[in-house]
Design a protein around this ligand. Structure first.
Ligand code: PLP
Length: 346
């Protein structure tokens, strides 16, 4: 059936045909930028007026739903980077937050769990499985008895095999490995549902969402459709096991160049917590030679390698190796890094 042959007057949503045609065209190449509209930086002017719940919404939803699980109204937060720091800050609006690690701004390692100051009466223990900005990734699930474990897997879900049964809740903003920004995936243990604080907005109440099959309000249908396509794609490639195999291959190739560069490329992270998804590094020295880093970004762009600028709070370079980045693309980057080093090493 052709769209122009029917009049969709009563459906749950309606968009101008020309907008849909435009979206179709820009799906692959947005306004001749060479990237999809879904891959565009959300800081570009086109997006500044759009608000979403996303992963950040869960920074509020989790404490609002789970803080009252125990009379302590207190939660333990493992802060290993700026995303878990933001989550802890948000939770502190609604109850007590115990930071189990000493405060720091230098997120380069995960202190041994035997040194964590845990509260056995905490309602839950929260951590970020992969800190997207600082590149700190947990290689093992921290296991402690008696306190439900909550993980932000926004940037590494479906990139490694995980035992879901070890968690009270897992959440992930979709945009890294699942689909479009805005749609958020939440997996929650049934016995933790139903204790939301009275001030919890209804849209964040897990009991309401579960009771309505996540259809309490109008769902982001397009994003969910895209999510379905991504899940099918992952299965066709060989599932999460294949994604993990690729992630190891891709990240090892980049870390190998860094580690064999004799200090030309410097990744500040402890080797035990280096992320397979996000690799921040500096060029020239541990503090970074900014002129050289600028050159790296420019020359990389000339070689069609884009978006390598590090997060503004960290500086330097950041490589992000999400599932959709191929091994071959990564090898192009690796070769570029080697060539750049050969050209500029003193
Ligand atoms: N948590 C992590 C680990 C992230 O990387 C991000 C965003 O990049 C968020 C949470 C916030 O997600 P959103 O931007 O969807 O609110």
């Amino acid at each position: 059936r052709h769209r122009s042959e029917q009049h969709n007057i009563g459906g749950p949503a309606k968009l101008p045909a020309s907008v849909l045609a435009q979206a179709q065209k820009e799906m692959v190449n947005y306004k001749n930028t060479g990237v999809s509209v879904m891959e565009l930086s959300h800081r570009s002017s086109d997006f500044t007026k759009i608000l979403t719940g996303g992963g950040t919404g869960q920074f509020s939803a989790l404490p609002l739903n789970l803080l009252a699980l125990k009379p302590s109204m207190s939660a333990d937060y493992v802060v290993t980077g700026s995303w878990s720091a933001k989550a802890a800050q948000e939770a502190a609006k609604y109850g007590k937050v115990n930071l189990v690690l000493p405060k720091t701004k230098k997120y380069t390692d995960i202190p041994d769990p035997s040194t964590w100051t845990l509260n056995p009466e905490a309602s839950y223990l929260y951590y970020c499985a992969n800190e997207t900005i600082h590149g700190v990734e947990f290689q093992h699930i921290p296991e402690f008895c008696g306190v439900p474990l909550i993980a932000d897997m926004s940037s590494n879900i479906l990139t490694r095999d995980i035992d879901v049964s070890k968690f009270g809740a897992i959440f992930a903003g979709a945009q890294k490995n699942i689909g479009c920004a805005g749609v958020t995936l939440v997996i929650i243990r049934e016995d933790l549902i139903g204790k939301a604080l009275p001030i919890c907005p209804i849209i964040f109440e897990f009991q309401v969402q579960v009771g309505n099959n996540s259809l309490y309000n109008t769902p982001p249908t397009y994003s969910i459709y895209i999510m379905g396509l991504v899940f099918e794609w992952i299965l066709e490639q060989g599932g999460v096991a294949k994604m993990e195999e690729w992630a190891i291959k891709k990240s090892s190739a980049v870390y190998d160049v860094i580690d064999c560069s004799n200090g030309f490329y410097v990744c500040p992270l402890d080797k035990g917590c280096r992320s397979r998804m996000n690799i921040p590094f500096r060029i020239g020295s541990a503090q970074g030679d900014e002129a050289l880093e600028k050159k790296f970004i420019q020359e990389a762009e000339n070689a069609k390698l884009i978006s390598l600028k590090g997060h503004r709070s960290v500086g330097g370079i950041r490589v992000s190796l999400y599932n959709a980045v191929t091994v071959d693309e990564t090898l192009v980057l690796v070769q570029f890094m080697k060539d750049f080093m050969a050209r500029y090493r003193q």
